[in-house]
Design a protein around this ligand. Structure first.
Ligand code: PLP
Length: 365
């Protein structure tokens, strides 16, 4: 680990494995003897085709994606998918269900209002988004075309620990996995669509990954712009127009790295270990630090916490930065602190944060 690298707890764009960055650096100006940077390659040339095909194959291995699912590498961020999902999956008058467990689920719901008839069948807003509902107790609209969830709410730090099983209920489950994508194994066959912006766990911003069951492709509303039509992207293997080539290449390097770590089971173990360390120091601080999220649904990726004495927040951030730990300020909508500890945050980073938190408490309690 380079001494001049900080421990970056940002929520996204977020830290990437240094070994991946170094690998990219080593082939930055001349990718594997091609005499070109990946940035300079034609997206239709054999070099880039090998890059995108390997990225897809590695992602399929990592998540064990069944062959009746397509993998698309798109642009526009997860936010664009908030519109693309209803445009592709329903007609303007179709009812659909949204579980709103945080700000991102709420944004997805609001965007869907333009393209179908969504209802919020559960919202955690009155409890400040600190809970996940018990799925079995919920009333779903019998005709709802799909059920949308945000698998991990990046701002509030609530994460689904298991997913509703809509195979039993004849429903399509759609999940925004932007902030816990590839952080643990997932049974892809439970989902109609999984989508994620890359910039938290798997790469730089600019790449959005969509994993979609093939039978759901090809029914887009007539007004759907070509760039939002899954059929167009699927038929063209994500090369209908110029894709975010360099970003896809970086995602590919990250997928390779995750496979080298032993796959997502191993990655999950590391993530649990890091999160446990951090939640423990919060819970054992006698109220000096507090995490408002119900214990059973605390995120492995984003750990929000407040200080008993909010007037110490600025000092906390300043002192942490002096020790090379940055981006710990909570989202502007909720305040407090937030430590995002995605796959690429090393255990050493969390150990350092925890030691700092204990020391800070000892000096300020
Ligand atoms: N969904 C979740 C869970 C997010 O965390 C974010 C961004 O932070 C988004 C959606 C929006 O993603 P993008 O900025 O890629 O549009």
């Amino acid at each position: 680990r380079s001494q001049d690298r900080v421990f970056n707890f940002a929520a996204g764009p977020a830290t990437l494995p240094e070994r991946v960055l170094k690998k990219a650096e080593s082939e930055l100006v001349n990718w594997r003897g091609s005499g070109m940077s990946v940035m300079e390659m034609s997206h239709r040339g054999k070099e880039f085709l090998s890059i995108i095909q390997k990225a897809e194959a590695d992602l399929r291995t990592l998540l064990d994606i069944p062959s009746n699912y397509s993998v698309l590498f798109l642009q526009g961020g997860a936010t664009t998918q908030f519109a693309a999902i209803p445009l592709n999956l329903c007609k303007p008058n179709d009812p659909v269900d949204y579980l709103v467990t945080g700000s991102w689920g709420d944004k997805a719901f609001k965007e869907a209002q333009k393209f179908c008839k969504p209802s919020v069948i559960w919202s955690g807003k009155s409890e400040k988004y600190t809970k996940i509902p018990n799925f079995d107790s919920l009333e779903q609209n019998p005709d709802a075309r799909f059920l949308h969830i945000c698998a991990n709410e990046t701002i509030h730090g609530v994460e689904f620990k298991d997913y509703p099983d809509p195979r039993n209920k004849d429903k399509i489950l759609v999940a925004d996995m932007s902030s816990n994508f590839c952080s643990k194994p997932v049974d892809v066959s439970k989902f109609g669509v999984i989508y994620a912006g890359a910039q938290k766990n798997v790469g730089p911003s600019g790449v959005t990954i969509v994993i979609i069951r093939k039978d759901l492709i090809g029914n887009a509303q007539e007004i759907t712009p070509v760039m939002l039509d899954y059929k167009i992207h699927d038929e063209n293997n994500s090369l209908y127009n110029t894709p975010p080539c360099y970003g896809i290449y970086m995602c590919g390097l990250v997928f390779e790295d995750l496979l080298e770590q032993g796959g997502l089971k191993e990655v999950e173990k590391k993530n649990i270990k890091k999160a446990d360390l951090l939640y423990k120091v919060i819970d054992e601080s006698n109220g000096f630090y507090r995490c408002p999220v119900e214990k059973s649904v605390r995120s492995l990726m984003n750990v929000p916490f407040t200080l008993e004495k909010p007037e110490l927040e600025a000092e906390f951030i300043k002192e942490a930065a002096k020790e090379m730990m940055v981006q710990l300020k909570g989202h502007r909508s909720v305040g407090g602190m937030r430590a995002s500890i995605y796959n690429a945050m090393p255990l050493a980073g969390v150990e350092k944060l925890v030691a700092f938190m204990k020391d800070f408490q000892a000096r300020h309690a």
